[in-house]
Design a protein around this ligand. Structure first.
Ligand SMILES: [Zn+2]
Length: 431
């Protein structure tokens, strides 16, 4: 046998990969450009891409030798979007039984599909803040995309949401005499918390996620109640930080939110009932808020026809008016806002979060920055992506209209490039 094994493997990899090869050089002609830093859009700007990185930005650039020109002269170019609260394993219309009925392997396949839907809609980077899976399929999806086995968004993963007994991650409406292992992590006490954090890190967690309060989509728990003791929060943060991981928390009520902040968590999800004291603490400590506005509205507006149980819809209704006031106050106070969708709804509609942010007082540019520069800062990848600047990865999105005039333009992404590879070619009206 003279054919080397490595040659065979290389040949197999070359024809089996679903990822198109990057073009060596490209010139993108943008009608308008929002770079994620400046407060205004710039008209008629070109972006030069070589080897997957941005090598020049300016007016009237000439194409490098051999480069293809992409004409987006009728469109607005933006940095690739980042969603910090993407549940890629959840499918719209899933009920409790689906999470128990599907194997981890099936969840991995569905999660990969959902992640790719997000990429097609402009999200070049996602953070999954915990999904229901006995194993670690979101980690496998992250790694398969990073290896180049599949096209997909860059992923940062908290494998599970760590919850207390009877908390947001527990399955509280199962019969008391049904002894099954639920596909979530439920712990009580600081030692059990430390072990859970270590298990998550052992299996590849980038982030640790805790349920700091009860939730909306869970049965028989109180969204206003603090779910863990101060000691349990401190144990989680100490363990995660010692291993160089950040902690984010699901928080509806202000009490649990502030207990988590005092313990030193790095990020807050939802913040539905955030109060002035919590806002001041977040401002002082520079802790970002991921407000996930659309999901609560979706439960109220579409919950009945999509089969969401009535008690969950009632919970959402009981919070909406207070939520509107609380999130408006958080926006007005100028704390760091980062984009999160909380996709329990069709993944292609996650872009609706932008307009919901604007409805509660964020400017369209503020909403765009929340999903670009700000979210990159939360993930610690701001040197690499999140803005369109020379030296950064060529993660570029285009929409056919001006999103600063009409924020819903961000729901019609018509071109997507990730790492200099075109993953969604420009639609006719964009060119
Ligand atoms: Zn969530």
């Amino acid at each position: 046998m003279t054919v080397s094994r490595s040659l065979l493997i290389a040949g197999f990899a070359a024809c089996s990969s679903l990822v198109a090869a990057a073009e060596p050089a490209l010139l993108i002609r943008c009608g308008r450009l929002i770079d994620g830093r400046a407060e205004q859009a710039a008209a008629g700007v070109d972006v030069q891409v070589v080897g997957g990185r941005i090598t020049a930005i300016g007016k009237g650039l000439s194409a490098p030798p051999g480069a293809r020109t992409i004409d987006l002269s009728n469109a607005t170019c933006l940095p690739g979007f980042i969603d910090l609260h993407a549940h890629i394993l959840i499918n719209p219309g899933d009920v409790l039984a689906d999470s128990l009925r599907k194997s981890s392997a099936r969840k991995a396949l569905e999660g990969l599909r959902n992640a790719r839907v997000r990429l097609q809609n402009g999200f070049t980077t996602l953070r999954d803040p915990g999904d229901e899976d006995l194993y670690y399929s979101t980690i496998e999806i992250r790694d398969a995309i990073a290896r180049g086995d599949f096209e997909g968004p860059r992923l940062f993963v908290a494998p599970h949401m760590i919850s207390s007994t009877g908390g947001h991650g527990d399955f509280n409406d199962l019969a008391a005499d049904l002894a099954i292992q639920i596909p979530n992590v439920v712990v009580d006490g600081p030692d059990a918390m430390r072990k859970a954090v270590r298990e998550e890190i052992k299996h590849g967690a980038d982030w640790i996620k805790l349920a700091a309060t009860g939730g909306v989509m869970s049965a028989a728990d109180d969204p206003r109640a603090q779910a863990f003791t101060d000691e349990e929060f401190r144990a989680a943060v100490d363990e995660a930080h010692r291993h160089g991981r950040k902690v984010t928390v699901h928080a509806i009520g202000a009490g649990g939110l502030k207990a988590a902040l005092r313990a030193g968590v790095d990020c807050i999800e939802h913040g539905v009932l955030i109060d002035d004291e919590a806002i001041a603490m977040m401002k002082q400590r520079n802790v970002p808020l991921v407000p996930t506005i659309y999901v609560l509205d979706y439960i109220i507006e579409q919950g009945e026809k999509t089969g969401i149980p009535a008690d969950r819809i009632a919970k959402a209704r009981s919070l909406q008016a207070e939520r509107d006031r609380a999130i408006r106050a958080a926006f007005a106070a100028g704390i760091t806002i980062a984009f999160g969708s909380d996709t329990i709804f069709p993944h292609e509609t996650a872009n609706r979060e932008f307009a919901r942010m604007v409805r509660l007082g964020l400017s369209p540019m503020g909403a765009i920055k929340s999903a670009t520069a700000n979210a990159a800062g939360v993930l610690g990848i701001e040197k690499d992506t999140g803005t369109l600047e020379v030296g950064k990865r060529a993660d570029v999105v285009a929409v056919p209209r001006d999103p600063l005039g009409d924020v819903t333009a961000l729901e019609s992404v018509s071109f997507v490039m990730k790492d200099g590879r075109v993953v969604r070619p420009a639609a006719e009206e964009t060119r």
